[in-house]
Ligand binder design. Structure first.
Ligand SMILES: Nc1ncnc2c1ncn2[C@@H]1O[C@H](COP(=O)(O)OP(=O)(O)OP(=O)(O)O)[C@@H](O)[C@H]1O
Length: 707
C-alpha cells in the first residue's frame, strides 16, 4: 500500500482579456490573486500551474502517470473541475469539433493502454470501457443510452467484498483504440448539455469515463491477476446558474464534493460520501485506494476573477488530501467459482424457461438470427448499390466519352471535352481500339497524332470545372443532373449508404479532383507526347518507388479481401450454429412437455411409481445438459456476431488504408511523370499523423452518422 497526496494542477484557458491581478510565479507552482472585493492578496501553491499548455503537454504532465499507475495495477482518477466554460470537457474529451490534434485525455489514455498491451506480449489484457452520467442526482449509463437498446435495470452503487461496484453498468470490451473512440463519441452525443451565459454547449451533468483493465499472465500458471480502473471525471460547470432544478442538483452535488474534500483534508472521521451520487461514485477515488489528481480549469479573464478564486480555493483544499493506493489483485480460483455459480443459475433459469414453453434461449436465438438476417440483407443491398451505382456512374461517363471521340474522328474541330487524366487515358485507349478495328482510317491516325490538343483541353476544362465547383459550393446549389458532375459521395448518399462506404466514394472523388488539379503540361516536353500514358505507368511501376508503392497497395487490397472472406466464413458459422440451436430447442421443448405431463418437479415426491420418478429425474438431468449446451452455443453465436462486427470495423479501416496507399501511388506517379523522381520520396513521405487524423475523423463521422 502506498500513501500518496492528491496531485493538484491548474490549467488556464487562453484568456480574451487576461486579468493583471492573477499572477503566476516563475516556478509555475505558486500563484496569487488580488480579491476584487477587498483587495486582499490570496496566495496558492499547487503541483503545477499550466498557462499555455497544449493537450499533449497536459496529458504528459497530468494523465500519463495515472495511466501508468493503472497499468501497474492501481486505481487512478483524474477529476476536472472549474467554472463553466473553463475547459474541463476540452481537457478530458477534447474540443467540440473533436479533432485528432486536440483530442483529450480519454483518447490518449486508450492509445497508451493499447500501446503498452502490444509491448507486453506475455500479458493477457482485458480492457473495458464504461461511461456514467450523473444527471439530477441519478446515475445514467451512457453506453446503454447510446446503444439505443431498451433500458435495463438502472445502474446502482453497491458494496462487494469491501469494494464499491456499480451494478448493471454496461462495460464494453475494447479490442483496439478505434472501438474506444467509437464508444466515446457515441456516449458524448448522448450527454446532457445546455446553454449557460458563457458556454452554449455547457455540460449539464457530471460524466465519469471508466476504463477497467484486467491483466493476467499468458504464460505463467499463476492464480493472481490484477484488475485496475482509470476514472476520468468531467464535472459540470460550477457557475452562478439559473435557479432551475437541474442547476440546483449540480450545485448541490458540487457542494457535497467540496464538503467531502474539506473533511478529508482535515482528516475527519466522517466524510459524507453518500450525500450525493457524485461523491458516492467517487468515494474510492477520494477517500480510498486510488491515486488521484485534480485538474482545476480557470478562465484568467478580468471578468471571471471571483469565479477563478472559488476554483482556486477548492483546489487548494484538495492539496492536503492523501489516498492509500494498493495494487488490486484478484484471485482467479474465486473467480472460477463465481463463473460456475453463474453458469448453474443460468441452467436453472434456462430449464425453467423451457418448462414455461417460452424460452429466453428461444427468444435470444430468434433475436440473434433476426439481427443477422437483417444485417445480411443490409449488406447485400449495400454491395448491390455500390457496384450498381459505380457501374452505372462509369457506364454513363464512358458512353459519353466514346461518343465524343466518335464525333472528333468525324470532325477534327470537335475536340472532346475531357476533364481528367483518366478521361484522357480512356479516350486514347478507345482510339487505339478503333484503329485496330479500322486500320485504314486516316482521320483516326491523324487525330491520334495530335494528343497535345487533348491535353490543353483537359487543363482548360479542369480549371473551369474548379471555378464552377467553388461557385456551386458557395451557392449550395444542387449538383447538376449530368452523371459525370455528381460526386461518388452524392451517389452513395442518395442511395442511403453507410458513411464508411460513402467515405470511400468521397475519397475516390477527391482523388479524381486531385488528378484534375495537376498541371499536365509539366508531364510532357514540347508538342510531342514522349510516351503513352500506360507505358509510362508501366515504367514507373517497375521503378523502385513504384514497385514498393504498388506492393503496398496490393498488400492493402489483399488484406481487405481476406478480411471479407473471414467475415463470410464467420457468417456461415453463425448460420450453422443457429440452425443447430433451433433443432436442439425443439427437442428440449418436447422433453419439457413430457416432463410437465408426468407431473413436473412434484413427480420426485411421488413414491408410488418409482420407475416414473426415476424417469423424471433422468429427463430433468438430460434437459439441464441440453440447456447448458444450447446456452453455450448461443454464447458462441454471440461471440461470433461480435467478431463479425470487429471484422467489419477492420474492413472499414483497411479501406481507408487502401485509399491512402492508392493516393500515395498516384502522387508518386505524378512526381515521376513531372521528372521529380528524386523528390518523390519526400512527396509521398509516410505521414503517420495524416493517417491517424484520417482514422480519427472517420470514426467520428461514422459515429455521428449512426446517431
Ligand atoms: N485550453 C484551451 N485551449 C483552447 N480552447 C479551449 C481551452 N479550454 C477550453 N477551450 C474552449 O473553450 C470552450 C469551453 O470549453 P469546455 O466546454 O471544455 O468548458 P467546460 O469547462 O467543460 O464548460 P461546462 O462546464 O460549461 O461544460 C470550448 O469551445 C473549448 O474548445
Amino acid at each position: 500500500m502506498t500513501t500518496s497526496p492528491l496531485e493538484v494542477f491548474i490549467r488556464f484557458r487562453p484568456a480574451t482579456k487576461a486579468s493583471k491581478d492573477i499572477v503566476v510565479e516563475p516556478n509555475n507552482s505558486n500563484m496569487s490573486v488580488i480579491n476584487p472585493i477587498n483587495k486582499s492578496k490570496l496566495n496558492f501553491t499547487y503541483n503545477e500551474v499550466m498557462q499555455n499548455a497544449t493537450q499533449e503537454e497536459v496529458y504528459s504532465k497530468v494523465c500519463k502517470k495515472s495511466v501508468q499507475h493503472v497499468l501497474d495495477g492501481y486505481n487512478s482518477c483524474i477529476i476536472a473541475t472549474g467554472q463553466t466554460s473553463a475547459g474541463k470537457s476540452y481537457t478530458i474529451v477534447g474540443d467540440e469539433a473533436l479533432t485528432y490534434k486536440t483530442r483529450g485525455m480519454i483518447a490518449r489514455s486508450i492509445e497508451e493502454i493499447f500501446k503498452t498491451a502490444e509491448s507486453r506480449p506475455g500479458v493477457n489484457f482485458d480492457v473495458k470501457f464504461s461511461v456514467i452520467e450523473i444527471l439530477n442526482d441519478k446515475i445514467v449509463d451512457l453506453l446503454q443510452a447510446s446503444s439505443k437498446q431498451k433500458q435495463t435495470d438502472p445502474p446502482q452503487i453497491m458494496e462487494s467484498n469491501g469494494k464499491q461496484v456499480i451494478k448493471n453498468l454496461t462495460q464494453i470490451q475494447l479490442h483496439n483504440v478505434s472501438e474506444g473512440l467509437e464508444l466515446l463519441f457515441g456516449a458524448e452525443s448522448c450527454r446532457s448539455t445546455g446553454s449557460t451565459t458563457q458556454n452554449p454547449q455547457s455540460s449539464r451533468s457530471h460524466v465519469i469515463y471508466l476504463i477497467t483493465i484486467r491483466q493476467s499472465s499468458r504464460t505463467e500458471d499463476t492464480i493472481a491477476a490484477t484488475e485496475s480502473k482509470l476514472y476520468l471525471v468531467d464535472l459540470a460547470g460550477s457557475e452562478k446558474m439559473q435557479s432551475d432544478s437541474m442547476s440546483s442538483y449540480i450545485n448541490k452535488s458540487l457542494a457535497a464534493l467540496e464538503q467531502c474534500i474539506t473533511n478529508l483534508a482535515q482528516n475527519q472521521v466522517h466524510v459524507p460520501f453518500r450525500q450525493s451520487k457524485l461523491t458516492h461514485v467517487l468515494r474510492d477515488c477520494l477517500g480510498g485506494s486510488s491515486k488521484t489528481a485534480l485538474i482545476a480549469c480557470v478562465r484568467p479573464d478580468e471578468e471571471f476573477v471571483l469565479e477563478s478564486i472559488q476554483t482556486l480555493r477548492f483546489a487548494q483544499r484538495a492539496v492536503n488530501i492523501k489516498t492509500e493506493a494498493a495494487v488490486n489483485v484478484i484471485n482467479r480460483m474465486f473467480e472460477a467459482g463465481g463463473d460456475q455459480r453463474q453458469i448453474n443459475s443460468q441452467v436453472t433459469q434456462a430449464v425453467s424457461e423451457a418448462l414455461e414453453g417460452q424460452g429466453g434461449i428461444g427468444q435470444l436465438q430468434a433475436k440473434v438470427l433476426r439481427e443477422l438476417e437483417a444485417e445480411n440483407r443490409k449488406l447485400k443491398a449495400e454491395i448491390l448499390l455500390i457496384t450498381g451505382a459505380e457501374a452505372k456512374f462509369q457506364a454513363t461517363e464512358q458512353d459519353g466519352l466514346r461518343k465524343q471521340v466518335d464525333n472528333w474522328v468525324a470532325d477534327a474541330a470537335r475536340l472532346p471535352e475531357l476533364q481528367s487524366r483518366a478521361d484522357y487515358q480512356f479516350c486514347l485507349e478507345y482510339m487505339k481500339q478503333k484503329i485496330q478495328s479500322q486500320p485504314s482510317s486516316n482521320s483516326l491516325r491523324l487525330n491520334l497524332a495530335s494528343p497535345p490538343q487533348l491535353l490543353t483541353q483537359i487543363n482548360a476544362n479542369a480549371n473551369t470545372q474548379q471555378v464552377q465547383q467553388s461557385a456551386r459550393s458557395d451557392s449550395k446549389a444542387q449538383p447538376s443532373s449530368r452523371g459525370a458532375t455528381r460526386t461518388y459521395g452524392q451517389i452513395a448518399e442518395s442511395n442511403g449508404l453507410s458513411v464508411s462506404t460513402k467515405l470511400t466514394f468521397e475519397m475516390a472523388s477527391t482523388l479524381k479532383n486531385d488528378e484534375k488539379k495537376l498541371d499536365l503540361s509539366q508531364t510532357h516536353s514540347g508538342d510531342k507526347l514522349e510516351a503513352d500514358e500506360n507505358d509510362r505507368f508501366e515504367l514507373f511501376r517497375r521503378s523502385e518507388n513504384g514497385t514498393e508503392l504498388s506492393k503496398e497497395l496490393q498488400g492493402a487490397r489483399t488484406l481487405t479481401k481476406s478480411l471479407k472472406e473471414e467475415q463470410k466464413s464467420v457468417e456461415g458459422e453463425v448460420k450453422k450454429l443457429g440452425e443447430e440451436v433451433n433443432k436442439k430447442k425443439t427437442v428440449l421443448a418436447e422433453k419439457a412437455l413430457v416432463f410437465k405431463q408426468n407431473g413436473g418437479e412434484n413427480a420426485n415426491q411421488n413414491v408410488v411409481n418409482f420407475q416414473q420418478n426415476q424417469n423424471q429425474v433422468k429427463l430433468l438431468d438430460e434437459m439441464q445438459k441440453m440447456s447448458t449446451d444450447i446456452q453455450q452455443t448461443v454464447n458462441k453465436i454471440d461471440q461470433l456476431i461480435q467478431k463479425r462486427e470487429q471484422i467489419q470495423d477492420q474492413i472499414d479501416t483497411q479501406k481507408i488504408k487502401e485509399e491512402y496507399a492508392r493516393r500515395k501511388l498516384m502522387v508518386a506517379f505524378e512526381a515521376y511523370c513531372a521528372g521529380l523522381n528524386k523528390k518523390s520520396s519526400q512527396v509521398v513521405k509516410d505521414n503517420s499523423e495524416e493517417k491517424e487524423n484520417l482514422l480519427y475523423s472517420t470514426i467520428l463521422n461514422r459515429t455521428k452518422q449512426r446517431k
